[in-house]
Design a protein around this ligand. Structure first.
Ligand SMILES: Cc1cc2nc3c(=O)[nH]c(=O)nc-3n(C[C@H](O)[C@H](O)[C@H](O)COP(=O)(O)OP(=O)(O)OC[C@H]3O[C@@H](n4cnc5c(N)ncnc54)[C@H](O)[C@@H]3O)c2cc1C
Length: 352
């Protein structure tokens, strides 16, 4: 793929991503790795990883609005109610419906257990009030997998419940947030007396924290496979901008990339064997983050001031990706929180 390819707009990326999902589903490739009872062909996340790697080799630019297919969809398979899954999962996988993830709130990020969006039981539904922020892709999404408080504030993580909120329901408002890199894939979601049927609970009431941890292990872990395929592709696209002087930096990056790949492959095999991914996935997130920043530094240094003052579409893409690489240490839990997770829950430090 030549570097002079035009930069697709967000809307073109979204419609292209949707069309590709439909084609893959139709041709069965999008069904591998998903349960047969919901339209899949069976298999595991290893099958999906193989398909993704081939797509990147063929010129794919990544899942865009369907990034959550590797994060939310496995969580739904594990925890959602069968009738809901039967209706929604095929529509997620074939590109008809986009999902977003509603964990963070204006006053609750790293300290997720302090979240305040409240759901109160009312007959066969819950009535939800509050606000979620930094919800990626919610501008395009039909659904938001939201962590809400059904217990008291004192119960912290024990008083939380996970539910699928229909973003077209009355009382929902989505306000896109423009980022420093010019995109607006993030948004704030306002929830004002939104009724959520019990059938849309994902896991049992009060079980939200366990569901959230299952999901986050995917966001930190299995996603690293997808992203490392994209890093390789990006390096190949940039090879013409690089000179012999960049060789050492390229070597450093490739060594880190190989580390991300090995760690992600190990995690995928554990996932395929039905093992819990657990807090170790924080290592994958740290490795993935470091490799992405290394790659973007490399491109930035090789293309010089053009990243600061873009002269064409390709420079704009470089600028967007460079600026995005500044915040990759934050999504899915900040760098400090990953280190704390490893210290406490992998190494067992700081427990008195
Ligand atoms: C690109 C992107 C996409 C995102 N997508 C989503 C999404 O789809 N859904 C969603 O719910 N959220 C999403 N987020 C939000 C993300 O999960 C939060 O930004 C993150 O959890 C940090 O929370 P915060 O922004 O409130 O920062 P804070 O929690 O206020 O943290 C600010 C700083 O303080 C540090 N800090 C906080 N507590 C401690 C501590 N105890 N010890 C040491 N340091 C600490 C943090 O490491 C950080 O550096 C996204 C964020 C980004 C950048």
């Amino acid at each position: 793929m030549p570097c002079s390819a035009p930069r697709p707009t967000s809307t073109r990326r979204w419609s292209g991503a949707r069309r590709l999902r439909a084609l893959l589903w139709e041709a069965d490739w999008g069904r591998y790795g998903w349960p047969e009872e919901y339209g899949g062909r069976g298999g595991s996340s290893l099958h999906r990883a193989a398909v993704h790697e081939e797509l990147f080799r063929a010129g794919w630019h990544g899942p865009a609005v369907f990034e959550h297919v590797e994060i939310i969809a496995p969580t739904l398979v594990r925890y959602a109610q069968p009738a809901f899954l039967e209706q929604r999962l095929p529509r997620f996988l074939d590109g008809a419906e986009v999902w977003s993830q509603g964990f963070s709130e204006p006053e609750a990020g790293s300290d997720l257990a302090s979240l305040r969006t409240r759901a109160v039981e009312d007959g066969d539904a819950f009535v939800v009030n509050g606000s979620k922020i930094w919800t990626s892709w919610s501008k395009w999404a039909r659904w938001c997998l939201a962590l809400v408080r059904t217990g008291t504030a004192d119960e912290r993580h024990r008083g939380l419940t996970m539910m699928a909120i229909d973003l077209t329901a009355p009382g929902v408002r989505v306000r896109p947030i423009r980022q420093a890199n010019g995109t607006d894939e993030l948004a704030q979601v306002f929830l004002d007396d939104v009724r959520v049927p019990r059938t849309q609970l994902v896991g049992e009431p009060g079980e939200g924290w366990a569901v959230a941890m299952y999901l986050l292990a995917r966001e930190r872990g299995t996603l690293s496979w997808l992203r490392h395929c994209g890093f390789r592709r990006r390096l190949l696209e940039e090879h013409k901008s690089l000179t012999v002087a960049d060789d050492r930096a390229v070597g450093d990056f490739v060594a880190q990339w190989a580390g991300v790949r090995a760690a992600a492959a190990d995690l995928l095999h554990r996932d395929a064997a039905g093992q819990d991914l657990g807090p170790e996935s924080a290592f994958n997130k740290l490795l993935m983050t470091r490799a992405e920043q290394e790659l973007q530094h490399l491109v930035h240094d090789a293309t010089g001031p053009r990243v600061g003052v873009p002269v064409d579409e390709e420079d704009l893409l470089r600028q967007r990706e460079y600026l995005f690489s500044r915040i990759v240490t934050v999504y899915g839990g900040s760098q400090q929180m990953q280190l704390i997770t490893i210290a406490k829950h992998v190494l067992g430090l700081g427990r008195g």
